[in-house]
Design a protein around this ligand. Structure first.
Ligand code: 5RP
Length: 234
């Protein structure tokens, strides 16, 4: 296992130790870091920890079931106590870019359905300024090139001229999200200085379903480090 994967695993262990208690209603995030966390959580559930869980993607449903965690439909769970999820980038105010795994819409819905969200990450994802990781924007398939033009215009209004925008492809086919939409990856560079208003303005464009800026969700982060330590910042 790579050093980075070891660090992701440490963060998952630490979040269980510090934040998860019997009887909680939990949102399970997506991506490799969250999946390490879900696999660790499965061990505790097997030993008797009682939780009610829902997830943020079809892939996490599969991982959870594989390790014996029962999944409740998000419509039937009510308010969640906590969502644990990983970022693609996070700054020290807990603003994040998410959606590298194309799950941003469900991730944001579940985060907002929760009293609290805690982010699990390895130390490499902490940045001073967001944007080196391409910002994913989920758009409906209809007239997506028109929506793309509007996204470029909004980015320019935030001082990001000439962002390269690419519809996400895999194996020669456009990626389609769990909700049936396309993803536009916006290569901005590490220059997103005002993520909170930009998040809101991108979402005002007709055709945009959601974007990968998460500026109001995380209450803190649990960080796994390459030296084998971990820490929590709130
Ligand atoms: C999926 C996500 C993931 O949470 C994010 O991409 C982090 O993934 P990983 O833990 O594999 O680096 O936002 O849409």
């Amino acid at each position: 296992m790579s050093q980075q994967d070891e660090a992701k695993k440490l963060a998952g262990r630490r979040v269980i130790q510090d934040f998860i208690h019997d009887g909680m209603k939990l949102g399970l995030g997506s991506g490799t870091t969250s999946h390490f966390f879900v696999r660790e959580l499965g061990k505790h559930v097997a030993e008797g920890l009682k939780l009610t869980c829902t997830t943020t993607s079809r892939s996490t449903i599969d991982v959870a079931r594989e390790v014996g965690i029962e999944i409740t439909d998000p419509n039937d769970i009510g308010e969640l106590d906590l969502t644990v999820d990983g970022p693609d980038e996070i700054d020290r105010s807990f603003n994040m870019i998410k959606g590298g795994g194309a799950c941003l819409l469900w991730e944001k819905i579940v985060a907002h359905a929760s009293k609290r969200m805690i982010c699990v990450t390895d130390e490499t994802k902490i940045v001073d300024c967001l944007g080196k990781f391409p910002l994913p924007v989920e758009v409906v398939q209809f007239a997506w090139k028109q929506t793309e033009r509007m996204v470029a215009r909004t980015l320019a209004q935030h001082g990001i001229e000439n962002a390269r925008i690419e519809r996400r492809m895999r194996d020669g086919q456009p990626v389609v999200t769990d909700s049936g939409n396309f993803i536009l990856d916006c290569h901005c560079g590490p220059v997103i200085n005002d993520p909170a208003p930009m998040e809101i303005e991108l979402n005002r464009i007709p055709g945009v379903v959601e974007n990968g800026l998460f500026t109001r969700e995380a209450a803190g982060m649990v960080v796994g480090c390459f030296d084998g330590s971990s820490y929590v910042t709130m």
